[in-house]
Design a binder for this molecule. Structure first.
Ligand code: UD1
Ligand code: UDP
Length: 369
């Protein structure tokens, strides 16, 4: 049996690892185990995903919590290293681009354990993003790189990574979406939680430090949201980082008082899928959400100057926008007045990505596939 150790620490990790864990448990030659680093720990950022996505209790909880990049990365490395020395797995699987991803990769590679990176090759070409540094390091030192969209193949080739380390498998985030879509859509969350009909509201999420950690920018964003809610109701589940920033600038109360702006705590995965599916459009800076709206055919305005997921712009529903109020309002008005085009999923976003990964790992790391 192949002992595969899956690493997860943050909200998007749980969604991706759930697809992988499910495929590994279905495979006759795999014995998966799960480490939760504790990077995200609030019930609505962690436990709800385990419950809703059918993930088991982690085999190990590192409980590192929040901290500076250095402190958090080091704490994960130190705690995970001890476990890897005591119980070395056959292969370590990391996903995405968060601090838990790079920390686990560094700890495992230095112990000469094989590492597979899922969602490899994405590049924003913006090194001010902490995630870009995490992606570059993780890809450079991992053994196998599983790519979610074709831009990843081009980027890894340009960086001189050998072809036999790279496999285009599609998108595990969409595996989970497809697995839970039917259940989620029956929930009618917009109506149940906010009294809103399908297609009558804009869904908002924001948590990038470049948007929410810069006071003047956050103030401008609050102003834009205030204007938008006068045109269309807004549902905004607020990430803990963003909530802290809004509160410390006295903006949370101001926004919460607006009649058509529905602020909420972070929302469970199934309810969030339901909200996304029924939204007229999305305003976001989230990576996963750019992909999910592309798959669902929901128009998405991304408040960023770049994206590491270009297929969501070239083939999907995504539009990148600088923080320019007039332009944002113009696009919001477009979404309000026009019918969305039908969705065409990017290649291999078909619900089978985790199975492809399991098959490839079996080929590489077991005597018989
Ligand atoms: C992290 C990832 C980011 C990802 C995001 C997904 C890094 C560098 N960043 O950003 O790439 O898009 O997760 O949501 O890995 N906090 C809580 N409760 C929690 C978790 C966090 O209150 O359960 C607060 C803490 O004050 C913490 C802050 O949120 O300092 C930021 O958390 P952190 O995990 O450092 O970064 P995220 O912004 O969540
Ligand atoms: N999500 C959720 N509840 C929320 C906000 C997001 O379940 O309130 C889900 C959603 O599917 C999204 C995923 O969490 O794609 C990733 O979260 P986030 O935007 O925090 O991370 P990123 O993808 O930007 O790293």
């Amino acid at each position: 049996m192949l002992n595969v150790l899956c690493i997860a620490g943050t909200r998007p990790n749980f969604i991706k690892v759930s697809a992988l864990y499910h495929a590994f448990t279905q495979h006759p030659r795999f014995s998966p185990t799960l480490v939760h680093t504790g990077q995200h720990y609030d019930a609505q950022m962690s436990r709800v995903f385990f419950e809703q996505l059918g993930l088991p209790e982690p085999d190990l909880y590192l409980g590192v919590g929040s901290g500076t990049h250095g402190a958090q990365t080091a704490a994960i490395m130190q705690a995970l290293e001890a476990h890897l020395i005591e119980r070395p797995p056959d292969v370590v699987v990391v996903v995405g681009d968060v601090n838990s991803t790079v920390a686990a990769t560094l700890a495992a590679v230095k112990l000469h354990l094989p590492v597979a990176h899922v969602e490899a090759g994405l590049r924003s070409f913006d090194r001010r993003m902490p995630e870009e540094i995490n992606r570059l390091i993780t890809d450079a030192i991992s053994d196998v790189l599983y790519v979610s969209e074709e831009s990843g193949l081009t980027n890894l080739k340009r960086e001189g990574i050998a072809d036999d380390r790279v496999v285009f498998v599609g998108n595990v985030m969409i595996d989970s979406l497809l697995r839970f879509q039917e259940h989620a859509c029956g929930l009618d969350t917009a109506q149940a939680m906010f009294g809103l009909a399908p297609r009558s509201y804009l869904l908002v999420t924001l948590h990038r430090p470049s948007n929410v950690d810069v006071s003047e920018r956050l103030l401008e964003i609050a102003d834009v949201l205030e204007t938008i809610q006068a045109r269309i109701p807004v549902v905004f589940p607020v990430h803990p980082r963003t909530r802290q920033r809004l509160e410390s600038q006295g903006l949370y109360k101001r926004l919460d008082a607006l009649p058509r702006l529905h602020l909420a705590p972070p929302i469970g995965y199934l309810e969030f899928l339901s909200l996304m599916h029924d939204a007229r459009g999305m305003l976001t800076d989230s990576g996963g959400t750019q992909e999910e709206t592309t798959f669902l055919g929901v128009p998405c305005l991304t408040l960023r100057e770049n994206t590491e997921r270009p297929v969501t712009v070239t083939q999907g529903t995504n539009t990148l926008l600088a923080l320019d109020k007039a332009r944002i309002l113009h696009h919001v008005d477009d979404i309000i007045t026009s019918e969305p085009a039908s969705a065409t999923p990017p290649p291999l976003w078909d619900g089978q990505s985790a199975v492809r990964i399991a098959d490839d790992l079996a080929r590489r790391y077991t005597a018989q596939p």
